[in-house]
Design a protein around this ligand. Structure first.
Ligand code: ZN
Ligand code: ZN
Length: 337
């Protein structure tokens, strides 16, 4: 019997609701890829040597045809940061511009041009913004300022907050549409006050900047860190999270073992990606702490609280390593802070 239309409509509504309910569950019903667009991380990144003449300044990795990860080589700067370049139908977003004296605009624009050619477009507007405001993530900023078709967003907290449209920083979750591809952006201060997390609904990737990555989590503000951790857990609850991707690797592939600060060549480094479980691990430490947050080494990363004294020592170390790199490797800022 053919059901009356209203029953059919009701049934369809119910089905749609079931679909929605499934969509908001973090667990997928079947191990079928969870409905997100897949991508591939490299087996190994170009790890910065040992022969620096052989190593390009940036490795461009295609996670999928609309998602690129750029890694600066240790031969160019020991911080070896990761930069993210995401494409939508209407615009592309670059997060961060590198460390030291990076020749970054050339490699970014080459990638943008190739993407345009492949997608039958003359050009695409590029937005250049930042995961946070530290010198190893903003060094190439000037190269993108005043460039046609590029919107440059300063990394300082006021400029970034205004650009993204936060009314309540850092709590708001901002929907930022690249054109058929929505990103969710929220504040995660604790390492640095302008830090943001970027969740890509299309791929399920959560970009965590310098707050969470396989290495030393330099925590500048413990209370803000704890709140950001809670915010991340709450935000990711019910969502498919394929990878947590940060901006550095400082851990080796041996549990509990890091590369020393200033390492250039990291032949056995940890993978870039972490999973959501690490947030619970960090939360456990934070909840069980007695008094001030202390340094704690975990399997894949280290909680590393910093105060003025530790920041001072880190800056001195940076100066020393940059000077050493300047003499033995390629162009370096020459001990600039
Ligand atoms: Zn940082
Ligand atoms: Zn950094």
């Amino acid at each position: 019997m053919k059901p009356p239309k209203s029953v059919l409509t009701q049934a369809l509504t119910l089905l749609a609701m079931v679909g929605l309910t499934l969509a908001v569950m973090a667990q997928a019903p079947e191990p079928d890829g969870a409905g997100v667009r897949p991508g591939v991380l490299p087996e190994k990144w170009l790890v910065g040597g040992p022969n620096c003449m052989e190593v390009p300044e940036f490795q461009v990795h295609e996670y999928n045809p609309d998602f690129y990860i750029l890694r600066q080589s240790g031969c160019s700067h020991y911080e070896k940061p990761f930069l993210y370049l995401l494409f939508g139908q209407d615009r592309a977003l670059l997060l961060d511009t590198g460390a030291g004296m990076p020749d970054v605009k050339r490699v970014v624009m080459e990638t943008v041009d190739k993407w345009c050619a492949r997608n039958g477009k003359e050009s695409i507007p590029l937005v250049v913004a930042h995961t946070h405001n530290h010198s190893d993530h903003v060094a190439g900023d000037k190269q993108f300022q005043g460039v046609p078709n590029v919107t440059f967003v300063g990394a300082d907290v006021d400029t970034a907050v205004a650009y993204w449209g936060f009314k309540k920083w850092p709590e708001d979750v901002i929907e930022y549409d690249l054109g058929g591809r929505v990103l969710d952006i929220f504040g995660i201060p604790g390492h640095q006050r302008a830090s943001i997390a970027v969740y890509d609904r299309e791929s399920g990737v959560l970009i965590t900047g310098d707050l969470i990555y396989p290495g030393r989590l330099y925590i500048d503000d413990a209370a803000a860190f704890e709140a950001s951790l809670e915010r991340m857990l709450k935000f990711t609850e019910g969502k498919i999270v394929t990878h947590l991707l940060g901006c550095h690797i400082e851990q080796t592939d041996t549990p509990y073992l890091e590369y020393p600060i200033g390492s250039i060549y990291q032949p056995n480094e940890h993978a870039l990606d972490l999973n959501r479980g690490v947030l619970y691990e960090l939360q456990e430490i934070v909840r069980n702490k007695k008094g001030e947050l202390q340094r704690v080494a975990l399997r894949d990363l280290t909680i590393y609280p910093v105060n003025a004294e530790v920041w001072g020592a880190l800056r001195a170390k940076r100066k020393e390593v940059e000077e050493r790199q300047r003499l033995t490797q390629f162009k370096q800022p020459g001990g600039a802070e």
